[in-house]
Write a protein that binds this ligand. Structure first.
Ligand code: ADP
Ligand code: AMP
Length: 215
């Protein structure tokens, strides 16, 4: 399967990605995670990307396309993948389409998670991420058993720099102008699945699974 997860920041893409990759046994490609890993390791890519991420802006297409192309070159992508947070602009969507055509592959489905802005703001300000394994929690909806500690690996939880309220507002604006047009782009290609992302994460996953069975 080759699947794209679309949706505003905080709509639950990462949460659903973990469930989908386990079911379909495909690699999880999160451009946000790749950038955060580069920032942690202070690579050239990380230093450049951080300038944009901290302001709630998108990293320029050229740099983003470079990290995705490098990731596609890894052998685990041959049989399928789940893209989370990519593409986010029409330029990226067109580049992905070209890549699929040139390699004789096709995207199977694009899952669009619909969540309203008030919920997004609540979710992002309550988000906590494990500094060791990257697992995501939420202080309101999905608390760890022990405060500030990851249930899975015992790592300490942190607040993402770009989850501050000022940055969240900016990211939502950028989503509407840059990323929302992709909904029509993929609807026109007949591969768009829209799912109500407001429900409990397990219910959202069941609805995604049902919809994917048709593809
Ligand atoms: P994204 O990858 O789209 O930015 P995440 O999966 O990180 O979103 O989810 C954002 C926050 O909302 C996290 O704190 C996560 O635990 C929480 N969350 C995700 N899905 C749901 C849901 N269906 N209901 C309530 N909270 C959720
Ligand atoms: P995410 O973890 O998907 O919310 O991404 C965190 C941040 O990384 C975003 O707010 C952007 O600044 C940057 N980013 C991630 N993916 C992309 C992309 N496809 N294009 C441009 N910037 C991206």
């Amino acid at each position: 399967m080759r699947i794209v997860l679309l949706g505003s920041p905080g709509s639950g893409k990462g949460t659903q990605a973990c469930k989908i990759i386990t079911k379909y046994n495909i690699p999880h490609i999160s451009t946000g995670d790749i950038f955060r890993d580069n920032i942690k390791r202070q690579t050239e890519i990380g230093i450049e990307a951080k300038k944009f991420i901290d302001k709630g802006l998108l990293v320029p297409d050229e740099l983003t396309l470079q990290i995705v192309e490098d990731r596609f070159d890894q052998p685990d992508c041959a049989a399928g993948f789940l893209l989370d947070g990519f593409p986010r602009t029409l330029v990226q969507a067109e580049a992905l389409e070209k890549e699929m055509i040139s390699t004789g592959k096709k995207l199977d489905a694009v899952v669009n998670l619909e969540v309203n802005d008030d919920t997004i703001i609540r979710r992002m300000t309550g988000r906590r991420v494990c500094s060791k394994c990257g697992a995501t929690y939420n202080l309101m909806y999905n608390k760890p058993i022990v405060d500030e500690t990851c249930d899975k690996c015992g790592g300490s939880l942190y607040v993402r720099d770009d989850d501050k309220i000022e940055t969240v507002t900016n990211r939502l604006k950028v989503y509407k102008t840059e990323t929302q047009p992709l909904i029509d782009f993929y609807r026109d290609r007949g591969i768009l699945i829209t799912v109500n992302g407001e429900q409990d994460a397990e219910v959202v996953f069941q609805n995604i699974s049902k919809a994917l069975e048709q593809f």
